[in-house]
Ligand binder design. Structure first.
Ligand code: AQP
Length: 337
């Protein structure tokens, strides 16, 4: 399929835990939709995951879980390409070149490094620091031009364009194309159920902070019942929700999962307390997510199928990336392979 002329989409997701409702509403759901209009490459970015230490057995499990959940959500590994990053060495080869193209000053401006490194930046891995260069390589290795990303990734995408432009300029070529962000308006930013000022994250130390896409119905119901809220009733208008991040987050989730606008969702519950709203929210999540987790569990019962699917995806991905990265190496003066 990638040999066709439709624009190439590439996006990645880190197997740094079990994927969450945030990953689903912010990314995976859109990835499924994009399959109708584009040639898509979806990459399970295990090399990004190890920028923070991962337990090896868990990393392997989480990579398989990620693949199973993506397929269960509707990613078609036959028509499109689903693979894990470390199986395609072209990513690392190009990332090294980009490490030598990107400037330290550019990386110093990346806000996500500051967020992810936390207070002790000196203790962060150098991989975490150069992560945006690897992300640029993930996309440019395929000459992909469209990248569905959350708003938090916009800065990394701009960096990927700066790197491409500098490479082209330094070597006098027009080799790497510009990348455009596919920011889908309906992609929701989902916040932690324990602290709505932080995003829902698969690596958060509290399992209660997130809905995992492998959670069963009882866990979903319990997590929503325990989700942090405030004592006030739900108001008539969205404007009145100012300074109530928990209410905004839960209504946003309800709206996203029921395909309503947050204002429409609010009108259903205005004047009521959180109890009845949380019940409806849990019901909506359970009916939407249970078929996904059940299908993923079925797929995971046959790990050999998952591994074969990923290996086949990696072979097809390498067929696209290898000639591009070979050419980038030729441009910079490496001897032919
Ligand atoms: N809470 C979220 N709301 C909306 N979108 C989200 N994404 C992640 N969390 C949310 C989107 O999911 C895609 C894949 O992200 P990733 O797993 O590669 O990295 P991440 O953004 O760092 O996700 P996590 O879950 O927070 O992982 P960890 O815990 O490892 O840092 C991206 O498009 C992202 O925007």
């Amino acid at each position: 399929m990638v040999e066709t002329s439709s624009p190439r989409v590439l996006s990645g997701i880190a197997p740094s835990g079990v994927p969450t409702l945030g990953n689903y509403l912010g990314a995976m759901r859109n990835w499924v939709r994009l399959q109708d209009g584009y040639d898509c490459l979806y990459c399970i970015v295990d090399q990004h995951a190890i920028t923070n230490w991962q337990n090896p057995a868990e990393l392997r499990d989480n990579t398989r879980i990620m693949a199973a959940v993506l397929i269960a959500c509707g990613i078609d590994p036959e028509k499109h390409i689903l693979f894990h990053q470390s199986a395609v060495p072209a990513h690392a080869r190009l990332a090294w070149i980009f490490n030598c193209v990107a400037r330290v000053g550019w990386l110093n401006r990346m806000t996500q490094f500051k967020d992810k490194a936390g207070k002790d930046r000196e203790a962060a891995s150098t991989g975490l620091y150069v992560y945006p260069n690897l992300m640029a390589a993930d996309v440019h290795a395929y000459h992909a031009t469209l990248v569905p990303v959350g708003d938090d990734q916009r800065q990394h995408l701009e960096l990927a364009n700066d790197i491409a432009e500098k490479f082209n300029h330094d070597y006098g070529v027009k080799f790497f194309p510009r990348i455009e962000a596919l920011i889908t308006p309906e992609s929701a930013r989902v916040m932690s159920l324990r602290d709505a000022t932080k995003k829902m994250s698969k690596s958060d130390s509290s399992d209660q902070s997130r809905i995992n896409l492998m959670d069963d119905a009882d866990s979903i119901a319990l997590k929503i019942r325990r989700a942090k809220t405030d004592p006030l009733p739900l108001p008539e208008t969205f404007a009145e929700l100012k300074d109530r991040p928990e209410a905004i987050n839960l209504l946003g989730i309800y709206a996203a999962i029921t395909n309503a606008t947050p204002a429409e969702a609010l009108t259903q519950f205005a004047g009521g307390g959180f109890g009845p709203f949380k019940e409806k929210l849990a019901e909506a999540l359970i009916s939407h997510l249970t078929p996904i987790s059940e299908q993923a569990k079925k797929l995971l019962a046959d790990p050999a199928f998952i591994d074969t699917t990923l290996q086949s995806g990696a072979r097809r991905a390498a067929c696209v990336a290898n000639p591009i990265v070979d050419e980038a190496e030729r441009i910079i003066g490496f001897l032919p392979r």
